[in-house]
Design a protein around this ligand. Structure first.
Ligand SMILES: Cc1cc2nc3c(=O)[nH]c(=O)nc-3n(C[C@H](O)[C@H](O)[C@H](O)COP(=O)(O)OP(=O)(O)OC[C@H]3O[C@@H](n4cnc5c(N)ncnc54)[C@H](O)[C@@H]3O)c2cc1C
Length: 390
């Protein structure tokens, strides 16, 4: 007979969204079990880890897990000639050292009382309980609420009958350690649909690590994502020296860019992070949205647990928040329509004009972040290390 236990909240997935939501809920006194199918939090990382200024301003991320500030972005057309060089007078980005950063978040979670089970896969709901596959055998968990923090292809969304991501890019990158160079830390972006169909290829070198990557629509990579990455890495701008195979860390994964999903909550639970589609359709940035939506999720679930009223979850409304993504969704459609290098090259002169540069600066250096959801009924905010620091 499969053993069974009960918890207040079962959180599925220990990416940044799951770790943050679990911590905030445990700090509110909830009994939280966080399950992650990967055996370690430092393996199979699915992000470059670029944190934008708004996140760095509003959340207390451990400084020792962040690379040097980046102020410079260079945008290249397919032929790489006459790039647009944009420099901000503020620190715009820092790249997270993601392994240590996930471990620090897991320590915060454990300190708050979250029970973390690694190497544990949630295999769906059967007869009112969630079935977990663990190294030491199956376990059935009855949870008052479940949080789907299980990424872009969320199975919890399916089990709860909620919306699922349909519009996805795929991204892959390689990371190598580097020493500080002569150039200031720089984010190089190449807009070339033959390398990165519908999105972009990048090199980020902050003087500690160099990341080289490509992302685009899977069906439009003629010979696959891996081949596109190798092709780009062979002549990528801003990439210093040859990479020694032993030093290279490979990362990758799907990126939902269809905007926040409409139905992300029901009486039994809710979705956070990529599972909820909380990614900017334009920049494909999901780290800021996943932290902010997790705070809202913890507010809503905290209130539901406190009052015993499941209907509080009706306030977790993707459709209401989604409306504020309209402009970014439109621009994403524009980007998706650029299908040939000739089209990208023809559009590029616009970026060199003063209005084009202003628009690029607004997207790259602007103050916008994931929309702030309306407070839940009681209006109380969650407390925590990663809560707004000012
Ligand atoms: C190549 C790439 C580069 C990116 N770069 C950036 C960037 O620089 N800046 C930025 O802001 N955003 C970036 N993004 C997007 C950003 O990384 C994501 O939006 C963010 O990491 C999502 O976090 P999450 O916790 O929702 O999901 P994830 O980090 O995907 O976590 C989901 C977790 O759930 C686990 N899981 C799944 N199913 C189960 C199951 N059944 N049982 C147990 N566990 C399960 C998975 O193993 C995983 O650990 C990038 C994405 C990609 C793919």
């Amino acid at each position: 007979m499969t053993p069974e236990r009960s918890v207040d909240v079962l959180v599925v997935g220990a990416g940044l969204a799951g770790l943050h939501t679990a911590t905030l809920l445990a700090r509110r006194g909830a009994e939280v079990l966080l399950v992650e199918r990967r055996p370690t939090l430092t393996g199979a990382v699915r992000t470059t880890g670029i944190f934008v200024r708004k996140t760095l301003d509003d959340f207390a991320l451990p400084p020792e897990c962040l690379g040097p500030p980046i102020r410079r972005v260079v945008l290249y057309p397919p032929h790489r000639r006459r790039p647009v060089d944009l420099v901000s007078d503020r620190d715009e980005f820092r790249v997270g050292d993601m392994g240590p950063l996930y471990l620090a978040a897991a320590r915060d979670a454990a300190d708050a009382g979250v029970r973390i089970a690694l190497g544990t896969r949630c295999a769906g709901r059967r007869d009112g309980a969630w079935l977990l596959e663990r190294p030491d055998g199956p376990l059935r968990v009855r949870a008052r609420f479940v949080v789907g923090a299980d990424g872009a292809r969320s199975a919890v969304a399916r089990d709860l009958g909620l919306d699922r991501n349909r519009h996805l890019l795929v991204g892959a990158e390689e990371v190598v350690p580097v020493s500080p160079g002569a150039e200031p830390p720089t984010f190089h972006c190449v807009l070339d649909p033959s390398l990165a169909p519908g999105y972009l290829a990048w090199v980020v070198d902050d003087g500690q690590h160099a990341h080289v990557g490509v992302a685009g629509y899977a069906a439009r990579f003629p010979d696959g994502l891996r081949a596109a990455l190798d092709r780009f890495a062979a002549s990528a701008p801003g990439l210093r020296g040859p990479r020694r195979p032993g030093d290279v860390e490979r990362r990758g994964g799907p990126i939902p860019v269809g905007g926040l999903l409409r139905r992300i909550g029901c009486l039994d639970g809710l979705l956070v992070g990529d599972a909820a589609g909380a990614v900017s359709p334009l920049t494909a940035g999901g780290l800021d949205p996943c932290l902010r939506l997790s705070e809202h999720a913890a507010d809503v679930l905290g209130e539901a647990l406190r009052t015993g009223r499941r209907d509080v979850l009706a306030g977790y409304d993707g459709a209401a928040l989604r409306a504020r993504f309209r402009g970014r969704l439109l621009l994403r459609h524009g980007l998706a329509a650029v299908r040939t290098p000739a089209m990208a090259a023809a559009a590029f002169p616009l970026l060199r004009t003063p209005p084009g540069r202003r628009a690029a600066r607004r997207v790259l250096f602007g103050d916008r972040s994931f929309p702030t959801p309306a407070p839940v009924a009681s209006g109380r905010r969650a407390a925590g290390v990663s809560a707004p620091s000012r």
